[in-house]
Ligand binder design. Structure first.
Ligand SMILES: Nc1ncnc2c1ncn2[C@@H]1O[C@H](COP(=O)(O)OP(=O)(O)OP(=O)(O)O)[C@@H](O)[C@H]1O
Length: 774
């Protein structure tokens, strides 16, 4: 018995892997072409790993043997089925690695993939395979049985490498790994053999395979891919050599004088040929990569395919820019920047230190790194996909030295510059795909303006907002609409509120009525980026909910009249200062109100309601910070001198405080209540919370009773039916429920698998839909 047979022990797939494999097999049937792309991509990755390891382990690679991927379709002799063999001369896997990489390891993306399968639809799910790193399992879409033979190169990690085999069937939940009885046949690398399902015979046709490789792999792989192909060739027919007749001259060469014969014109006879079938390795990606070509010669479809294959996105890119550049240190390069049509799912949850795994740096078409270390793109730009291919680098490229060179920094700055140029250009062009209100301007660039101080101005220039007069307004648009004398840019920020509500705010009423434009900002980032910017083209931003608002066209008479009004309202102002207590540090006559009786305005060093909310949302621990508490108090109550309510209150207060008369205590109590409601109302109108909403509403109730002529003291019947006593059988019920209960994960797993299995597999676990058409 063969030694390997004794070691062929069946192992169970680890549960996550088993589930993943099942989902891939059962749900991605209509997308099964992806298997070839996934396996070639793994082979290419393995070659890249080999080359990178060889940079540090000098003995690993002789520099001569080929580094490539080969694909071969082999028909069975019985003519029924066949197999596809994909071989690479890459880093290979040891027995342990075969087991853990293909059978046990639930990779980091797996749980995310499994979570995403909830929203699985079969049109897009094929790309989920690659996006979440479940590529290898796509083999089972087309194969009944998959065999992976692999051997790592001799290295410090594997001083005595040996060749091993991983084998698994699509309909079993097990796999085996065992030493290859043939010994080392591969040198180093991996060979994946797919025993094709009977309904997957089309993949045995080499032209079909080549078409798929052309579509999905040639753009995105850096190592040569060869396909074993039968081609028709014309070869000369090897006819029996005719006896070349002895020339007369030879026969007559015996002393006779040479006779000059008349020269004969001999027609050249085309050699006879025949057509035969010849098998040979055909180089699929002999063309330079797409990004090295002249952009004029690349079609949109080709750009789209490269994007989808390289970055594993099932949606087409929104736009791209393809250009030649120079790093500034004399390193010339080609670059292709793609703007995806969507943000990653968890984009806003990610920390600011995001990785730039989607900036692929090549040197002379050879992939070098996606790790830009400290020169990673800032978060706002981290979702774009970039290919950079440098002609040559000024150093012997290794990841370590690259990190410390100026090159990565230059590349980072250049990508950002070009990206902003691209956004600027599409902002002007304004297309159906990227309209003026696209989230790029509303979300991504705002993040840039808020987070990335270095590019603040340039990103902010492209952001857009709603104003009280129009939508999608940039800062420059605003400036060109500025009124004479206006030296402030007016804005009101209240996150989460619809712009229409902001337009009706107490702070906006006069500005709006007078025809001034006001930015109505309702995203959390808006306030942050305005604070970062402070001004635009030399004009300061003015929060209209704060003190310091100036229209810029106040005449001397207006200033005088404000002073006169302050004098007129002095008794009310003084009385209100007592009533307002802690809510505001001062009470003044307002110049910003039209219809509202009063408002609470934050001092220039105070905090608006929006900033207070932002602070409590972001700095949980600092709630009791003394400085913050002090700033919260920096508020001023502004009263509208033209409001009849305020006029009326002034008269009543004058009446109350009139010299020489006895103080009317009933009136005092009533006025205090009116003042309390007015102040609380002003706080609410201005976006703040009232300190005690119960008290506020009790006061309102009292005023309502008064206006309805209902007794203020008449009690409400407060008798209620009490709840029944505690149910004595409750503890038993809880216990029996807990015994039956599944965990949430078990519940979701069962539900998901039940859904996926419907119509798609039979009892044996084989796919049963659509076989006949294929
Ligand atoms: N041809 C190969 N050579 C060496 N290792 C391989 C090969 N194919 C797969 N592997 C190993 O098996 C692991 C699992 O492969 P799988 O295709 O399932 O996911 P992945 O390659 O990590 O993710 P993705 O498909 O998104 O690139 C790989 O990470 C790699 O370590």
């Amino acid at each position: 018995q063969d030694a390997s047979d004794t070691q062929r022990v069946k192992q169970e797939y680890q549960s996550d892997v088993a589930r993943l494999r099942k989902i891939v097999i059962n749900s991605l049937y209509s997308n099964r072409d992806v298997f070839i792309r996934e396996l070639i991509s793994n082979a290419n990755d393995a070659l890249e790993k080999f080359r990178l390891t060889a940079l540090t382990e000098k003995d690993l690679y002789d520099g001569v043997s080929p580094l490539n991927v080969t694909v071969q379709a082999v028909k069975n002799e019985d003519g029924v089925g066949g197999r596809i063999i994909i071989t690479d001369t890459g880093i290979g896997m040891s027995a342990e690695e075969l087991t853990s990489n293909l059978g046990i390891l639930a990779k980091s993306g797996t749980s995310e993939f499994l979570a995403n399968t909830d929203s699985l639809d079969t049109t897009s799910s094929g790309n989920l395979i690659g996006a979440f790193g479940v590529g290898f399992y796509s083999s089972f879409l087309v194969a009944d049985k998959v065999t992976v033979t692999s051997i790592p190169p001799k290295s410090s990690k594997h001083p005595n490498p040996s060749q091993n085999v991983f084998s698994s069937s699509a309909d079993e939940g097990t796999f085996e790994v065992y030493p290859d009885p043939r010994g080392n046949t591969l040198g180093h690398g991996t060979e994946v053999t797919l025993e094709l399902k009977t309904d997957a015979k089309q993949y045995l046709v080499t032209s079909n395979l080549m078409k798929l490789i052309n579509q999905h792999s040639v753009f995105s792989t850096s190592f040569p891919i060869y396909v074993w192909n039968e081609v028709e060739k014309e070869v000369p027919i090897e006819e029996e050599q005719e006896e070349i007749p002895q020339s007369d001259s030879e026969t007559e060469d015996d002393g006779e004088e040479a006779v000059v014969e008349e020269e004969k014109v001999v027609e050249p006879v085309a050699p006879k040929t025949k057509k035969i079938m010849v098998s040979q390795w055909e180089h699929m990606n002999s063309q330079p990569p797409l990004w090295m070509r002249d952009p004029k010669t690349v079609t949109d479809e080709e750009y789209g395919l490269l994007y989808q294959a390289t970055f594993k996105d099932f949606q087409k890119p929104l736009t791209w820019t393809h250009f030649t550049g120079d790093s500034g240190d004399g390193v010339s390069f080609r670059a292709l920047i793609y703007v995806p049509s969507h943000l990653p799912n968890n984009f806003f949850e990610q920390t600011t230190e995001t990785s730039t795994s989607d900036v692929k740096l090549f040197v002379k078409h050879v992939f070098i790194t996606s790790d830009f270390g400290e020169y990673a793109l800032p978060k706002w730009a981290s979702w774009v996909k970039v290919i950079i291919d440098a002609e040559d680098l000024p150093l012997n490229v290794s990841r370590e030295t690259l990190q410390s060179s100026a090159f990565l920094k230059q590349i980072k700055n250049l990508i950002i510059r070009r990206l902003l140029q691209l956004f600027g250009r599409i902002a002007k062009e304004e297309s159906r795909e990227i309209p003026r209100d696209h989230w790029i301007y509303n979300t991504v660039l705002k993040l840039g303006a808020a987070d990335d101080s270095k590019n603040r101005e340039r990103t902010a220039a492209l952001t857009r907002y709603t104003t009280n007069q129009r939508n999608n307004t940039s800062f420059d648009d605003y400036i060109s609409n500025k009124k004479q004398g206006q030296h402030q840019i007016f804005y009101l920020a209240d996150m989460g509120k619809p712009a229409e509500h902001l337009a009706g705010s107490v702070f906006v009423e006069k500005l709006h009525a007078r025809g001034y434009e006001i930015f109505l900002m309702n995203e959390p980032l808006d306030e942050v980026l305005i604070h970062g910017l402070e001004s635009w083209k030399g004009i300061k931003f003015q929060d209209v909910a704060k003190a310091g608002l100036k229209f810029g066209d106040d005449s001397e008479e207006e200033v005088e009249s404000t002073a006169t009004l302050a004098e007129k309202f002095a008794p009310l102002l003084n009385w209100l200062k007592v009533q307002v207590g802690e809510h505001a540090r001062d009470v003044v006559v307002s110049d910003r109100l039209v219809t509202s009786p009063c408002a609470v305005v934050a001092d220039s060093f105070g905090l608006t309601a929006n900033v207070q909310r932002l602070m409590s949302a972001t700095s949980r621990g600092a709630k009791n910070d003394a400085m913050q508490e002090m700033m919260k108090k920096q508020k001023v109550l502004e009263i509208n001198p033209r409001s009849p309510l305020i006029e009326g209150l002034l008269h009543r207060v004058e009446q109350l405080e009139a010299d020489g008369t006895e103080r009317d205590e009933d009136l005092a109590v009533e006025l205090e209540e009116v003042a309390a409601i007015l102040i609380d109302g002003a706080l609410v109108r201005s976006g703040f919370e009232v300190t005690d909403s119960n008290l506020f509403l009790t006061r309102v109730d009292r005023v309502l009773r008064r206006s309805l002529g209902v007794s203020e003291t008449a009690p409400t019947d407060t008798t209620v039916k009490p709840a029944p006593p505690v149910d004595p059988s409750l503890s038993e019920k809880i216990l029996s429920y807990e015994e039956d209960a599944k965990t949430w994960d078990e519940f979701i797993n069962d539900e998901l698998e039940a859904q996926l299995e419907v119509e798609e597999i039979n009892e044996q676990g084989n796919v049963v839909v659509g076989h006949d058409e294929l």
